[in-house]
Design a protein. Structure first.
Length: 205
């Protein structure tokens, strides 16, 4: 019988802070949880992409007893090479083999890649092509499962070309801003539901 609190530590700074956002988490950082249940995936820190919401969300999930790791991608800004070119800087979004391996060890991924729908839906497709994992997408602007299905992403409603699939969406998550408690509650609820579905599926196999 366990009495008291279960301690979980979020230590997602890789080294000395450098520039805006560096004081929160460095690119290429991985903060491991006690168990590989959930992995929160953040954009690389920079002038526009500060992974503050992901750190706050990770802390909330761990506080609710959900084992949640956090990874800040090394090449997590820009868009994939196969995404439509819509202007902006020419940085190419990508995943390193180490990052693919880390994400793939988990049951559920939480993907937070910003606000511009024409960017983040292709980032999600890129990741779910590389990793066969269930994913919840966090974003600021409205988006539906159909938006992902139209570009070939598998969802909980329709099989597509990706081995990984989008099983949940939470909108209204603003980059570099605190997450309202009602949104944190929504994220926790969807994470618990999806983990329960995954575990039930494992038992049926």
């Amino acid at each position: 019988m366990v009495v008291g609190r279960a301690t979980q530590v979020v230590a997602c700074r890789k080294g000395q802070a450098l520039g805006l956002g560096g004081g929160i988490a460095q690119r290429g950082t991985f903060a491991k949880a006690w168990q590989n249940d959930v992995i929160a995936v953040a954009m690389s820190p920079g002038y526009r992409h500060v992974p503050k919401p992901v750190c706050q969300i990770t802390t909330e999930l761990r506080g609710r007893g959900i084992n949640t790791g956090e990874i800040v991608l090394n090449a997590g800004d820009g868009t994939p090479m196969d995404a439509p070119r819509t202007g902006g800087h020419g940085v190419a979004f990508g995943l390193e083999p180490r990052e693919i391996d880390i994400i793939g060890r988990h049951k559920l991924a939480i993907l937070h890649h910003g606000n511009v729908k024409s960017h983040f839906i292709y980032k999600v497709r890129f990741e779910l092509r590389k990793v066969a994992i269930a994913a919840i997408v966090l974003c600021q602007c409205p988006v539906e499962f159909e938006d992902f299905e139209e570009i070939g992403v598998s969802t909980r409603n329709k099989e597509g070309e990706t081995p990984g699939k989008v099983v949940g969406i939470v909108t209204g998550i603003v980059r570099n801003a605190d997450v309202p408690q009602e949104k944190l509650d929504e994220i926790v609820s969807k994470v618990k539901m999806c983990l329960r579905e995954i575990e039930e599926g494992e038992q049926d196999q």
